[in-house]
Design a protein around this ligand. Structure first.
Ligand code: AHR
Length: 506
């Protein structure tokens, strides 16, 4: 394939929303327990936080982390997770059919988030609970003191407020699987009233209403429309969730799934704006894409599937610990491109999840931690996407796919930071067997050279299924991209087949 791309300082999408590089920690499987938190592990600090995992989290660079769920939050009593650990109740978690010990809760997460240098994005339970518990939690977390809930926080060891600004009004309440599943009318009204009551306690909150659990939901579109018709004035974002996987060995279609992500995002934007117009609103509601990733939900042989551990009532069993391949990493790169290209309206995004559960980082109990393949595009984009998102003009050879028809062989996104004079170009070659010759015309950015270039592709002797494992954690990673140069304002790069690359210019 060949691709010609033009970037110009005058054609920009938006500032890079740094919250686009978010992640997600749910009380599910081994994300919290034996993931970020494992007292007794040789790497654990005095609070039980695993230092090895924390170091990888910092290297990956998420900016904001959603907590504590996910499906889990729809049956969660947040009070169970505060106060002396010995007094905290053990509870059945109906979402994942496990026993929640509550050894880790809000205080621990806030401390962990500080150690990881990430913003907290807190979800409230609107499945089994409602307005009262949500406003109590805001008072507990954000009120300085002198009231019942804020004084309880202080007695529990946090004299300063947690100052949590970003809140999710429930999780996936459109889904029949959700504890406390609701119709769009029921949820829209509840979200509206909960938002109001939370803001009575603390007016400076940013609130995310629940959108559709995926694009295939029968209520997709009408759900967003109804919810926003009720709650448009009270919320700042509506959520999107999407998980993708390869089906029927159709790698070409899988590698093009960001086409679906683009269309999903554009559909939600259209719905938001239709409600805005009809309701004569002037404020803008944006998107929080607060769960996205590759997740092999169908056709799996592994024994860590939720239905297999259901009703065993174990503590933190292995759940959906998918191992990611080179192909998955390239697809994840293209998802991040899609999010960036829509950065004017998608202002928050959270890869789901952070550790062990469909995660870029894996850890073993009493054992090591390592980076999965998908760690790499996230880490580099989170580090290098700075300044403004550029609007690209792309002309690319096409690849035929069963699911999407012809799609661009080369997928790209780019950012430019005027202050530092640096630009970053992110590229994927979707061809499984051919190199891609890319030329990029750079207009007006003032860059003169290639500062660095790296590529993730098939490892030597490996294939598109190659992955990182506990025994071979560095099989797939970034290696220098040598076939790249910038001369007279034109960058030329050759991308290996099935690859994701980053080129830095200055
Ligand atoms: O991330 C795993 C699960 O996927 C979350 O708990 C839920 O919100 C979604 O269905």
């Amino acid at each position: 394939p060949r691709a010609r791309i033009v970037i110009d300082r005058d054609f920009t999408v938006a500032d890079v929303p740094r919250r686009l590089f978010g992640s997600f920690v749910e009380h599910m499987g081994r994300c919290v327990y034996t993931g970020i938190f494992e007292p007794g592990h040789p790497e654990a600090d005095e609070r039980g936080f695993r230092r090895d995992v924390l170091a990888l989290v910092k290297e990956m660079g998420p900016t904001v982390v959603r907590y504590p769920g996910g499906n889990f939050v729809s049956g969660y009593l947040w009070e169970d997770g505060v106060g002396p650990v010995a007094d905290r109740p053990r509870r059945l978690d109906g979402a994942w059919h496990t026993v929640e010990t509550n050894a880790f809760g809000l205080h621990e997460f806030v401390e962990w988030a500080r150690a990881a240098d990430v913003e907290v994005m807190q979800a409230v339970n609107l499945g089994t609970r409602g307005v009262e518990e949500a406003r109590a939690l805001v008072e507990y977390a954000n009120h300085p003191g002198g009231t019942y809930w804020s004084d309880l926080r202080r007695r529990n060891g946090a004299s300063e407020p947690f100052d949590i600004r970003l809140w999710c009004l429930g999780n996936e309440l459109d889904g029949p699987w959700q504890i406390g599943h609701k119709t769009a009318h029921e949820y829209g009204r509840l979200a509206q009233e909960t938002a109001k009551a939370m803001r009575f306690v603390d007016p400076d909150l940013e609130l995310v209403a629940v959108g559709s659990s995926n694009r295939q939901m029968p209520t997709f579109g009408s759900w967003e429309h109804t919810v926003l018709t009720h709650a448009y004035e009270e919320v700042d974002y509506i959520s999107m969730h999407a998980y993708y996987q390869e089906r029927d060995e159709d790698a070409a279609s899988f590698l093009a799934e960001s086409v679906d992500m683009d269309a999903f995002i554009e559909g939600v934007i259209a719905t938001i704006d239709a409600v805005k117009a009809a309701g004569k609103h002037t404020r803008q509601v944006d998107i929080s894409f607060d769960e996205w990733n590759v997740w092999y939900q169908e056709g799996l042989q592994t024994d860590d599937q939720p239905h297999l551990v259901a009703r065993q009532w174990r503590e933190h069993p292995r759940l959906i610990e998918d191992t990611y391949s080179v192909t998955d990493a390239v697809v994840v790169g293209t998802f991040l491109h899609s999010l960036l290209r829509h950065g004017d309206r998608v202002r928050i995004a959270n890869q789901a999840q952070l550790v062990n559960v469909i995660a870029p980082i894996r850890s073993e109990e009493n054992g090591p931690a390592w980076r999965q393949t998908i760690f790499w595009p996230f880490a580099r984009i989170a580090e290098l996407a700075r300044g403004r998102i550029l609007r690209l003009a792309v002309e690319s050879s096409q690849i035929a796919t069963a699911k999407f028809g012809d799609v661009d062989a080369v997928d790209a996104a780019a950012t430019w930071d005027e202050g530092s004079g640096r630009a970053a170009l992110f590229l994927a070659n979707r061809s499984l067997d051919e190199e891609a010759a890319v030329t990029l015309e750079v207009r007006g950015l003032g860059v003169t050279g290639v500062r660095g270039a790296e590529v993730l592709t098939l490892p030597e002797g490996g294939d598109r299924h190659s992955a990182n494992t506990q025994d071979a954690p560095d099989t797939v990673g970034l290696v220098p991209l040598r076939s790249v140069g910038l001369e007279d304002g034109t960058l030329r790069a050759t991308l290996p087949p099935l690859s994701w690359a980053v080129v830095q210019l200055d």
